[in-house]
Design a protein around this ligand. Structure first.
Ligand SMILES: C[S@@+](CC[C@H](N)C(=O)[O-])C[C@H]1O[C@@H](n2cnc3c(N)ncnc32)[C@H](O)[C@@H]1O
Length: 211
């Protein structure tokens, strides 16, 4: 596996599709930035409105490139090298796509249950699409899985996941997260630093309001 790694010139782009950028998105984006930076990949957060106030912690994160331009403008000259990760795509992402594409594009959308297919806003732009399996992932999980497939060359089906994990928010209460996550060496879902505390803090809200 390790000897098959592709030299990383890849860019991961999250096109921010919401007018605001709340604490959940800030934790996810910060996590993507740190992981990308640690592995020599670029991470661009695109279509960020000029008037949007970036949370200070996020703005200071190493590896984060904030862009007011959209992905279409930034990568206009290499449109055929851009791959949209799309839950409705007909083709699954495979290690060979590391050679087919240089830019991997994700919807900067908080997960929702049931999914509202807001990725369709990016689908309209006409990029080649790839799916990461049938289950909805958080945006940071989708980037992590894409990196494992195209950089580490791990086939999608060989990655260890946990679906809909429960988080203990108090001694007697649990919240089910309606997403698929990659697991760590201890079998625990990989989530951004601070996410479990945020889930606990927001536990009294309905899950639809969380993301
Ligand atoms: C939290 S998901 C949002 C899905 C969402 N409910 C929607 O309205 O499309 C954020 C992004 O992660 C990526 N993503 C998540 N799960 C995926 C999957 N199973 N296949 C492909 N991409 C996925 C997509 O780029 C998606 O726009």
């Amino acid at each position: 596996m390790a000897d098959q790694k592709t030299p990383l010139t890849k860019a991961f782009v999250v096109e921010h599709l919401d007018p605001e950028l709340g604490p959940w998105s800030a934790l996810e984006y910060g996590c993507i930035a740190r992981e990308s930076h640690a592995r020599g990949a670029r991470f661009l957060l695109s279509s960020v409105p000029a008037e949007l106030q970036m949370p200070a912690d996020l703005a200071a994160t190493q590896g984060l490139e904030v862009e007011q331009r959209s992905v279409e403008d930034i990568f206009a000259d290499i449109k055929d090298r851009v791959c949209l990760l799309d839950p409705a795509a007909q083709v699954e992402l495979s290690p060979a796509d590391g050679e087919n594409f240089d830019v991997f594009l994700f919807g900067g959308i908080l997960g929702d249950d049931p999914p509202r297919d807001r990725t369709s806003e990016l689908r309209k732009k006409g990029y080649a699409g790839r799916r990461l399996g049938p289950k909805q992932m958080t945006t940071d999980t989708a980037v992590r899985v894409t990196r494992l497939v195209v950089h580490e060359k791990v086939p999608l089906e060989d990655i260890s996941y946990v679906d809909y994990p429960e988080i203990h928010v108090s001694e007697h209460e649990r919240t089910e997260m309606p997403f698929r996550y990659v697991v760590d060496a201890k079998g625990q879902p990989i989530m951004p630093d601070g996410m479990v505390d945020l889930i606990k803090k927001d536990a009294d809200k309905g899950v639809d309001d969380l993301f």
